[in-house]
Design a protein around this ligand. Structure first.
Ligand code: E4P
Length: 214
């Protein structure tokens, strides 16, 4: 399972990369706006830290505009993946970009039917948002299960990138289902390490060791 970090914050990306666990980065317009920096400069900073797929999202909603933005972003670096919303014009652009060998991440996916469209168009990644579905009393993880099954049934090569992760259980359940990638907020990455028995066990080992030194 690949680990991406879901943030545009350079300090978070740097710290997660230093853990040696990071395979890529996903950003979105809201995450970028939070940093208040020029998008291109921010992408260049990220590219220097992480040698893996970096998702950069377009903000156009018409085919021509999406293609223009996508080409400009893709020209920055080979690791840039064009993030495109799951709308009709977006899927049209995914088809065109994939036939040119440009990698895409189809975002804002909330149903299996949408995921089928993305795979048919040749998307590199599909991003179903589990947390936002859970928020409206739909099971996000059930959707992951459905998409993984459907993609396996037909040998679709589109990778399932679990997005909108809110807690460690989302990651564990996605791994059990066999999702290809999880994009994880920094706070959740840190929580993955925690266990009270690890904490208390380590405290006891260290205090016992001290008695030997005394
Ligand atoms: C996906 O790539 C998005 O950036 C992200 O996972 C959305 O998460 P949110 O629902 O916590 O905003």
């Amino acid at each position: 399972m690949k680990f991406f970090i879901d943030t545009a914050n350079i300090d978070e990306i740097r710290e997660a990369a230093s853990m040696g666990l990071l395979d890529g980065v996903t950003t979105n317009p809201s995450l970028v706006a939070k940093e208040g920096k020029n998008f291109r400069e921010l992408l260049n900073e990220i590219l220097e830290i992480v040698d893996g797929p970096i998702s950069a999202e377009v903000v156009s909603t018409d085919f021509k505009g999406i293609m223009k933005e996508a080409k400009e972003l893709a020209a920055i670096h080979k690791n840039i993946v064009i993030k495109i919303p799951l709308i009709q014009e977006g899927i049209k652009a995914v088809k065109a970009l994939s036939s040119e060998g440009i990698k895409t991440n189809v975002t804002l996916c909330f149903s299996a039917s949408q995921a089928i469209l993305a795979a048919k168009a040749g998307a590199t990644y599909i991003s179903p948002f589990v947390g936002r579905l859970d928020d409206i009393s739909h099971s996000g993880m059930q959707l992951i299960d459905q998409i993984v099954t459907i993609y396996r049934n037909y040998g679709f090569e589109t990778q399932v990138l679990v997005a909108s992760i809110r807690h460690p259980l989302h990651l564990v359940e996605a791994a059990e289902i066999g999702a290809d990638v999880a994009t994880i907020p920094f706070g959740v990455i840190k929580k993955l390490f925690n266990h009270p028995l690890t904490k208390s066990g380590l405290e006891k080992f260290l205090s016992d060791w001290k008695t030997l030194e005394e």
